[in-house]
Design a protein around this ligand. Structure first.
Ligand SMILES: NC(=O)c1ccc[n+]([C@@H]2O[C@H](COP(=O)([O-])OP(=O)(O)OC[C@H]3O[C@@H](n4cnc5c(N)ncnc54)[C@H](OP(=O)(O)O)[C@@H]3O)[C@@H](O)[C@H]2O)c1
Length: 184
């Protein structure tokens, strides 16, 4: 995730204006290590997600409703799949399902390929993962902008306070990149 110092995560629904080439390189680097990417349906749609540049990497779009545009390049390319509950509508692409009415995120994670699962937000999905205590590490970019409105922050829903340890800190120009790992 990228955030301004005052907690804004998008400009008119897009995070791109907060970032820059160094942040993009970070994202590509994280995806390079990932076995799979997860993203919330709101982010996939709002940010216009397409297939990743890393060959073979798949992106799971988490959606309870399955009201997703399956004609989008993410899905027509074969890279996208849906993560949902067992009672959700059938979908014309691959799906991973866990939980009867709500998506059981732990049950989902257990069905994903072994390795790093890279979650790219947004705040609704982040909140659900934090609530389920399924976040091992947070990679955060602090953007040198201050937003003019109060939009969503890194995580929507309230969740228990959890302690993380700073494991990496780098700068590039005016951007700060931090990695926090969950205290065991
Ligand atoms: N700054 C950053 O790094 C960054 C990163 C990502 C996103 N964003 C911003 O975040 C905003 C979008 O926020 P958002 O909260 O709508 O994002 P989101 O979490 O990507 O999308 C919310 C939708 O995803 C599905 N979803 C999420 N968690 C779920 C769960 N546990 N179970 C079932 N479905 C789940 C639901 O889809 P259905 O309604 O289809 O059921 C829900 O309506 C955008 O403005 C975007 O730019 C910023």
């Amino acid at each position: 995730m990228i955030s301004t110092p005052d907690g804004e995560i998008d400009v008119n629904g897009r995070s791109g204006p907060l970032g820059g080439p160094a942040d993009q390189q970070r994202l590509i680097g994280l995806r390079a290590q990932a076995a799979v990417v997860l993203v919330g349906a709101g982010t996939a749609k709002g940010e216009g997600y397409g297939p990743p540049s890393k060959q073979g990497l798949r992106i799971g779009v988490v959606s309870k409703s399955c009201n997703v545009d399956f004609s989008a390049p993410l899905f027509t390319s074969g890279a996208g799949f849906v993560v949902t509950s067992t009672s959700a509508p059938t979908v014309p692409v691959d799906s991973i399902r866990a939980g009867e009415t709500e998506v059981d995120l732990l049950g989902v994670l257990q069905q994903l390929p072994a390795g790093l699962i890279h979650v790219e937000g947004g705040p609704t999905l982040n909140a659900a993962l934090l609530n389920a205590d399924l976040v091992d590490a947070i990679n955060l970019t602090v953007s040198p902008h201050i937003g003019g409105r109060r939009g969503p922050s890194l995580s929507y829903a309230p969740h228990a306070l959890r302690a993380f340890t700073l494991s990496n800190l780098e700068t590039n120009g005016d951007f700060v990149f931090v990695r926090y790992e969950r205290n065991k």
